[in-house]
Design a protein around this ligand. Structure first.
Ligand SMILES: Cc1cc2nc3c(=O)[nH]c(=O)nc-3n(C[C@H](O)[C@H](O)[C@H](O)COP(=O)(O)O)c2cc1C
Length: 373
């Protein structure tokens, strides 16, 4: 077993006892531990996994994905972990989210990038604040990656929260062009991070600056693409179904290639009743002191329902080219992949469930999902 496989197993065993420590200690410990674990994991090379026996390749937008599941944005923010993911058998590898300027991310009570795992509820809350090294640094790293067959490279980008107006649009476009030149195969535009100061908080109305951004990308990027480079837009799982009715025809009409539903939720009061009773206190402590986005099992139902609604809307539109739904939120089993397919989603991304599975199956987590069925 590798170091991170051992660490994950040890953590799963010890975690239940951590509730006896103070909330601040627990959050501080896991906020540090998460980053350290990820950087160790990213450099491991699981060489003994023969993906040929169980992978289920799927071709979308003329790109081959080894499987229909891969990591969600935020896991490999700084562009490490491609080889490890490809060797595990991930359907793709998604880097970022990156922004025009490097960002330090959130720091409160001396806790950098606050993160709260909720293992008994198979969920988590994070208030990281989009820390990243910037588009150009990420592009430089991606340009050096040796691609592995059927593991395309995606990158999540966002408009820089510290910029506004035309400056923000221009630097986002520059970043997308840099990343395109670096060899990315698809781009995900993150329109939904709840952890930055001026994020779009309306989930039931079309935001004016978001529409301007989509329009600008259409004119200056989508219409000027000289290679196959699908652009997907990611929204929160809190998005209102009535908003989707307005939004989807716009995305399709502008020429975008897909929608991802979605990003974390801030609907805290909704989850209190659904949380494991042992985790209610610390959840309240975290959300009232930091805020943050809820991920994992708690948002599973929301992401599935949104995908179902999305498909209904898309089926009523006369598509001129491929437009795919990606489901993110609470994916942790093969049954979830079946549910997604039934709901009309072509691809799936996981973050919280990835670690839940890693603690049980280590680097064989994709193999376990696909080969036991
Ligand atoms: C620690 C952490 C960091 C994240 N960072 C990002 C990010 O940078 N960009 C983004 O679009 N989503 C980010 N997310 C949201 C995930 O990509 C995903 O949408 C969300 O966690 C729901 O999926 P899950 O239930 O499988 O975790 C982050 C999530 C977590 C837990």
């Amino acid at each position: 077993m590798s170091l991170t496989e051992n660490l994950a197993k040890l953590d799963a065993f010890l975690r239940p006892y951590f509730e006896y420590f103070s909330p601040k200690f627990y959050i501080d410990f896991y906020s540090r531990g998460r980053k350290d674990f990820l950087s160790r994991l990213s450099f491991e090379e699981p060489l003994d996994i023969n993906t040929e026996n169980w992978s289920r390749p799927i071709k979308l937008w003329d790109i081959e994905f080894k499987n229909n599941l891969f990591n969600a944005a935020g896991m490999f923010k700084s562009g490490i972990g491609y080889k490890m993911s490809a060797l595990q058998g991930a359907g793709a590898w998604l880097a970022g989210t990156s922004t025009s300027n490097p960002r330090a991310g959130n720091n409160k009570f001396n806790i950098l990038h606050p993160f709260l795992p909720l293992p008994n509820s198979k969920s988590a809350v994070n208030w990281l604040g989009l820390p990243n090294d910037g588009h150009s640094s990420l592009a430089a790293k991606i340009s050096k990656i040796e691609k592995i067959k059927s593991c395309p490279i995606g990158v999540s980008v966002s408009s820089d929260p510290s910029e506004t107006g035309f400056t923000a649009l221009k630097s986002l476009l520059e970043g997308m062009n840099d990343l395109s030149k670096a060899g990315v195969d698809f781009i995900e535009l993150n329109e939904s991070c709840p952890n930055v100061s001026n994020h779009i908080s309306t989930t039931n109305e079309l935001d004016k600056s978001m529409l301007e951004r989509l329009e600008y990308i259409k004119e200056n990027f989508l219409h000027k693409r000289n290679k196959n480079l699908p652009i997907i837009v990611k929204y929160s799982v809190d998005t209102d179904i009535n908003l989707l009715l307005k939004l989807l025809p716009i995305l399709i009409d502008l020429g975008f290639d897909g929608i991802n539903l979605g990003n974390t939720s801030t609907n805290y009061s909704y989850y209190i009743t659904k949380l494991n009773s042992r985790e209610k206190k610390i959840f309240e402590y975290f959300t009232s002191n930091f805020g943050g986005g809820v991920s994992g099992n708690l948002i599973k139902e929301k992401s599935l329902n949104l995908c179902k609604e999305c498909s209904k809307i898309i089926n009523s539109i006369n598509l001129k080219k491929e437009f795919h739904i990606i489901r993110t939120g609470g994916i942790d089993s093969y049954q979830d992949l079946l549910d997604s397919e039934k709901a009309g989603a072509s691809l799936n991304q996981w973050y919280t469930g990835y670690f839940e599975n890693f603690s049980k199956y280590g680097h064989n987590l994709y193999q376990n999902i696909y080969s036991n069925h």
